[in-house]
Design a protein. Structure first.
Length: 600
């Protein structure tokens, strides 16, 4: 993006602020909570780091002009063409936005749909007139009216009662679907009997331009515990929704979050379509327009999440994430068990004083330390075992893990310095039955070094967040959110000993620590376990170069051959994001996902 484009974008954003007073309120609120540096960062993110001009150019090139004809031809070979019922509750809708929302359904390439609109007691006469005109124009549009408003959950459920489709899709009365939305959903249903399908989304700005694309990961259960990252576009199999009773009253503003939490407890047949299929409109009354629009929604989301943890039998405290509206922090209660900390000091000098303070702060009072290498002076801790180093890193770690008495293994780089209570949460999450490994945010000089790793980024693997300020909320707050990744850092790696033995430890073929940990993670993922990034902070000694990936050629070749599928398509990093640039940047390749799907 050149200087002229930056100036144009700055002018556009300035006009938006002047014409929409609620944006001024939002700017003041950011300044009040995050200070001038936080406000400056937000401005940079909005105008420079994620420029609207670049995205608009990218968006216009995504769907070729002949898409409709090609899509219709492809549909002729489909054996499964379910009816999809789009449900839309309305209440005192803006006429133009309501018309655009309904028209976006009428424009769908996939024809087997119905639109079920339930008006929740609007007191504006033109709403009924407009809906009746649309219903008469197309028999696939069903409408019903309430005399009094009973809330969005009730109105949505009443719309679902009108539906006759095999799947239910959700559309707000001022948002829009892309013309290919249903086509892509049904295309995925040809491949597998999915119960839930969701897509990427963006926002419609106040001036009608598309902005803030959210390119999501594939199904990420732990990410859903930090925020409702699924949101739009959501399609649910009718039979599954009937089982949970659809939307519950009492969660207005977070009714969709409560729904997906309950749905995902009954089915893991969840499909992600990595394509923008939904445009979420900014408005004065929507959270897309301002995080201040519906403060009650965040409390409702907190209650929905707390109930979900209770249903799952997980003892947790739920807090609103600071400076990140609509996001949550789930703190698990510590367990009374034995933890083994494995430190390899064989190749570098080590100051035990860096480690002792946080060990003394552990809520877990039963632990042992296995030190690989020379004895450490001035240590007053009990339960310390010294191990003579062997020929390679993997051999050392495997031997130490084998003699460990702890139920949890913490492989810790001696140059790290965990923050207070950070290890408690890593241990608690590692104890969850479906989780095979947990790692933290590693920072150096207040900048991110590693926060989960992306396969295929800058070659073999890299951290997409490397170089970001450690408290950044860029890209929808992903750095501050618990979420799933394919691989985590070797600097701090937490796993259960039972699983470590089940997977026969680290593969002794590897001489490189990071590739050995990455291989372990992928063996776990391929066996249906999950790897988790936790946003607690661990500091790295700036005197040591953690960024220096000097990988053995033999290790690289072996790793690439073994895990080609994941390197070419990391499920937790959207294919529309660049593999040659860090920072969740747009992929310069245009139409790649479209072409790969349409011409399969």
């Amino acid at each position: 993006m050149n200087f002229q484009d930056h100036c144009k974008e700055l002018t556009r954003q300035t006009k938006l602020v002047i014409s929409h007073p609620q944006l001024i309120q939002k700017i003041y609120y950011v300044y009040k909570r995050q200070g001038i540096q936080g406000l400056a960062q937000k401005i940079r993110e909005r105008i420079i780091d994620r420029p609207n001009v670049e995205y608009m150019r990218w968006w216009k090139l995504q769907t070729p002009h002949n898409f409709r004809d090609s899509a219709i031809t492809a549909m002729n070979s489909w054996s499964y063409k379910p009816k999809i019922s789009i449900v839309m509750p309305t209440y005192n809708s803006v006429p133009l936005y309501l018309k655009l929302a309904i028209t976006s359904v009428l424009n769908q390439v996939y024809p087997n749909w119905e639109l079920c609109i339930f008006d929740d007691g609007s007191n504006l006469a033109y709403i009924r007139d407009m809906l009746e005109v649309f219903a008469k124009s197309d028999c696939r549009i069903k409408i019903a009216f309430s005399d009094v408003s009973q809330g969005i959950a009730n109105a949505t459920n009443r719309a679902i009662d009108m539906a006759s489709g095999d799947f239910i899709g959700f559309l707000d009365h001022d948002d829009e679907l892309t013309e290919d939305a249903l086509w892509y959903v049904v295309k995925e249903l040809q491949e597998k009997s999915w119960d839930i399908v969701y897509s990427d989304e963006d926002k419609i700005d106040f001036d009608g331009t598309f902005t803030e694309p959210f390119f999501k990961p594939d199904w990420s259960p732990e990410y859903l515990l930090s925020c409702n990252y699924i949101t739009h576009f959501l399609i649910v199999r009718r039979a599954l929704g009937d089982k949970v009773g659809w939307l519950r009253e009492g969660f207005d503003g977070a009714q969709d979050y409560d729904l997906i939490l309950r749905l995902s407890e009954l089915s893991d047949k969840i499909c992600h379509v990595p394509r923008i299929l939904y445009h979420w409109r900014r408005s004065q009354s929507s959270t897309a327009g301002s995080s201040l629009a519906k403060p009650y929604a965040y409390e409702a989301g907190k209650r929905a999440l707390a109930e979900a943890m209770l249903r799952r039998g997980i003892n947790a405290n739920i807090n609103l994430a600071p400076n990140l509206w609509g996001h949550y922090q789930v703190h698990l209660e510590p367990h009374n068990l034995t933890v083994t900390i494995i430190l390899d000091v064989s190749s570098s000098p080590f100051d035990m004083r860096r480690i002792i303070p946080w060990i003394e702060q552990l809520s877990i009072n039963r632990f042992e330390i296995i030190i690989i290498g020379h004895e450490v002076e001035d240590i007053n801790l009990t339960s310390v075992v010294y191990v003579r180093p062997h020929s390679s890193w993997t051999t050392n770690q495997n031997y130490a893990a084998n003699i460990a008495t702890g139920e949890i293994l913490i492989f810790l780089d001696p140059n790290t310095k965990p923050t207070e209570r950070s290890m408690d949460q890593l241990v608690s999450w590692a104890l969850q039955s479906d989780i095979a490994g947990v790692g933290p945010k590693i920072v150096m000089n207040n900048r991110v070094v590693q926060a989960g790793l992306v396969l295929g980024l800058n070659g073999l693997l890299d951290s997409a967040l490397r170089g970001w300020p450690q408290n950044s909320t860029t890209y929808f707050g992903v750095l501050q959110d618990l979420h799933n990744v394919s691989v985590i850092s070797d600097k701090v790696f937490v796993t259960r000993k039972k699983l470590f033995q089940q997977f026969n430890g680290f593969d002794s073929h590897f001489t490189d620590a990071q590739l050995a940990v990455a291989d372990y993670c992928l063996r776990a993922v391929s066996n249906h376990y999950r790897i988790v990034y936790h946003p607690v902070t661990v500091h790295y000694n700036p005197q040591h170069n953690v960024l220096n990936f000097q990988l053995n050629i033999s290790d690289v070749s072996y790793f690439y051959t073994k895990w080609t599928k994941y390197i070419q398509n990391d499920p937790y990093y959207n294919p529309n994001l660049s593999r040659s640039k860090r920072g969740y940047m747009l992929c310069s390749r245009v139409g790649g996902f479209y072409n790969s799907v349409l011409h399969k």
